[in-house]
Ligand binder design. Structure first.
Ligand code: COA
Ligand code: AMP
Length: 634
């Protein structure tokens, strides 16, 4: 571990020198003199006086360095049977024109723009165009329902919203315009400019006044990059917290670009000219960092894949993409691998494709269970690297730095702390725990460049949610432990956040919605283990006195409510009626214990439990309904 220790210690012991050197690899309009500073609230800032533009790094600089004819982006869409390639020069031209169009529509540096689009190149062009003119984009995952979009509109207060005709889910077409219209109707803030990309000419009826045609904007004169301060926001990405209101994670230009460049070189070992594929969605942080910004500023070819790991057309869909586009580095979520494994356990699909270009498979989004790890590693015979990070950090916190050395992965572990992150395991009352002991995972401040500087217009929530619990540390919200060699084992969230098929969702928000049902007196929503999706939410509800509703009916209504308010992606399928919920003597619902019963985990009886007999009742309810892997039905 000597080589790893040397670079890692340097990044911690001499952080300013270390990150100054990394930043120097980027093109700055004005190089930063101040490397690390703190603002009046004590929040850390990287490269405060530097001037840069992330779009410049991704496009203009690549063309200037001779990559104009190299393919920058491959759009591969099995759901629409299309493959389209864009060279760096073509992408630069489209982005510069669309940026000009945005300016004509009145969008200026510092304005916010919401992007609600499927996985099409026009989404990437819109993101880069915002970056080009210093506007702040906020991409909302296309699977979210209008209510979720409305909440984000009301928080980001966008000047424009950019959308497209429809998304395609397997063989189902989902029209977006009605969803956008409903969101705008619900939101208090009405974005003055609406821009729609018509995937099929004539699909949407645009009013031509406030609703503009995306393609018209592309006819504008190209505009150059607007220099921004390093700390100016590049984007806001909303993520689920413990309450119904999503948190607006801010990402800056300069720190983020520095971190992404470092990660492409040192973690992913993706060289300029190589093909990098993150099979995620532009609506998630993985899409921002490793479909759009990371690969492009590294001069790689990135793949924008509009499809699923299975049924598009079959379980060999991923292998086809790797082989056809000669992918060198791939990133996906364990759930995608589990979906392939379920349909093609023998890995027959790999035998029809040449996968020799693939150097590594990186996995993140949820813990990679050892069974999935071994299956895919044996199948592909290449390093499979689980690595851990979050929307908040924007790039990996723990992993293996494949561009630096090839330390062995350990099944079930997300690897070693990456340069810049000092990872600690801490007890509830703030005591540092020894090796092998499970506790709260926290990172010592300051965090390295690229991580959230604060929450959008909400410093108080930033302090309360991340900094207050363990002073001097960033609280990650995850629990786990470190082994003797310092490998990190991330065991799951310690709050009301769950990961369903790699989609981050809030059970707290679902609980608020379930509780709004007129027949419900109280309820608990928990994430239970799911063989394919990692986790899925379930609800236990107690009816108000006098309400006699059949379980089937209330379940149906709650399923419809969550689908309507959050979206089908929540995968909320079960609500069971209980006479009462297990609680502590002070009245706190023991959600973790309910989850442990459903998951079949052994657990010590909570010492604070009010009435232990309730646990038997809960077990019976879950067993009768066959909810949870403990009861043999997923
Ligand atoms: N837009 C609209 N709806 C969407 C959507 C989107 N972008 N994504 C998912 N949905 C819908 C699905 O259509 C489905 O709707 P239904 O209940 O009407 O059928 C529902 O949400 C649940 O979707 P999902 O959980 O994705 O289940 P699935 O059976 O369609 O697919 C997997 C299962 C495992 C194949 C799929 O979840 C998958 O590919 N996961 C990998 C995700 C990933 O890579 N995440 C990376 C983040 S780093
Ligand atoms: P998101 O912000 O959507 O990227 O989700 C971040 C959360 O996903 C983390 O806080 C973890 O709970 C979980 N997560 C991501 N990657 C991993 C991993 N490799 N191992 C365990 N959990 C992970």
């Amino acid at each position: 571990m000597e080589k790893y220790n040397a670079i890692y210690r340097q990044s911690i012991d001499n952080k300013e020198v270390f990150w100054k050197e990394q930043a120097a690899q980027l093109h700055w309009f004005k190089a930063p003199k101040t490397i690390l500073s703190q603002n009046e609230k004590g929040f850390y800032r990287w490269f405060a006086d530097g001037e840069i533009n992330t779009c410049y790094l991704c496009l203009d600089q690549q063309v200037e360095q001779g990559r104009g004819e190299q393919i920058a982006l491959i759009y591969d869409s099995p759901v629409t049977h299309k493959i389209k390639k864009y060279s760096y020069r073509e992408l630069l031209d489209l982005v510069s024109r669309f940026a000009g169009g945005l300016q004509t529509a009145g969008i200026r540096k510092g304005d916010t723009v919401v992007i609600y689009m499927p996985m099409i190149p026009q989404a990437v062009i819109a993101m880069l165009a915002c970056a080009r003119i210093g506007a702040i984009h906020s991409v909302v995952f296309g699977g979210f329902a209008p209510h979720e979009l409305a909440m984000r509109i009301d928080d980001a207060l966008p000047k424009a919203i950019i959308s497209a005709s429809y998304g395609v889910e397997f063989d189902k077409t989902i029209p977006y315009k009605p969803l956008v219209d409903r969101a705008i109707e619900e939101a208090l803030h009405k974005p003055p400019v609406h821009i729609f990309y018509e995937r099929t000419p004539g699909y949407d009826e645009l009013d031509g006044i406030s609703e503009m045609d995306y393609n018209q904007l592309l006819l504008s004169e190209p505009v150059p990059c607007v220099p921004v301060l390093s700390g100016d926001p590049l984007y806001i990405l909303y993520t689920s917290g413990t309450t119904g209101k999503p948190k607006g994670i801010i990402r800056d230009h300069g720190g983020y670009a520095t971190a992404l460049k470092f990660s492409m070189d040192h973690i992913y070992d993706a060289r300029p000219g190589e093909v990098y594929w993150a099979a995620s969605d532009v609506g998630w942080v993985v899409g921002h960092s490793y479909i759009v910004y990371g690969p492009l500023l590294q001069g790689c070819t990135t793949i924008l894949y509009e499809g699923k790991p299975i049924r598009t057309p079959d379980a060999a869909a991923f292998w086809r993409v790797i082989s056809e586009h000669r992918v060198n580095v791939m990133f996906t979520a364990p759930t995608a691998i589990r979906a392939i494994k379920k349909e093609d356990h023998e890995g027959e699909g790999t035998r029809h494709y040449d996968l020799s270009s693939l150097k590594y498979l990186f996995l993140a989004g949820e813990r990679c269970d050892p069974a999935t790890y071994h299956w895919v590693k044996d199948l592909l015979q290449i390093p499979v690297i689980d690595h851990w990070w979050q929307t908040e950090t924007g790039w990996p916190m723990v992993g293996l730095m494949m561009g630096h050395d090839h330390l062995p992965p350990k099944a079930g572990s997300a690897g070693l702390p990456v340069c810049g992150y000092e990872i600690h395991v801490i007890s509830e009352d703030g005591v540092e725990l020894g090796k092998g002991k499970e506790g709260y995972i926290a990172a010592k401040l300051p965090l390295p460049p690229g991580c959230l500087p604060t929450l959008w217009k909400n410093d108080d929530r930033f302090i309360a949610g991340y900094l207050q619990h363990f002073p001097g540390y960033y609280q990650t919200g995850d629990g786990g432990y470190l082994d003797e060699e310092g490998y990190c084992y991330i065991m799951g969230r310690v709050d009301d956040v769950i990961n369903v098929s790699g989609h981050r969702l809030s059970t707290g928000e679902m609980e608020e919605l379930v509780a709004s049902h007129p027949a419900i007196a109280e309820c608990a929503v928990m994430g239970i283990a799911d063989e394919l999706r990692g986790q899925r939410p379930i609800a236990l509800v107690v009816l108000k006195d006098g309400h006699q509703i059949e379980e089937e009916i209330i379940e149906e209504e709650l399923v419809a409510l969550i689908r309507e308010k959050i979206g089908a992606v929540a995968y909320f399928r079960n609500a069971a009626i209980a006479k009462r919920l297990p609680k502590t003597r002070s009245g706190k619902i023991l959600r973790k214990t309910i989850r442990q019963i459903a998951d079949g985990e052994s657990f010590a009886l909570p010492s604070t439990i009010d009435d232990p007999k309730i646990l038997d009742e809960i077990r019976e309810i879950l067993e009768e309904r066959k909810v949870g892997i403990a009861f043999n039905k997923v």
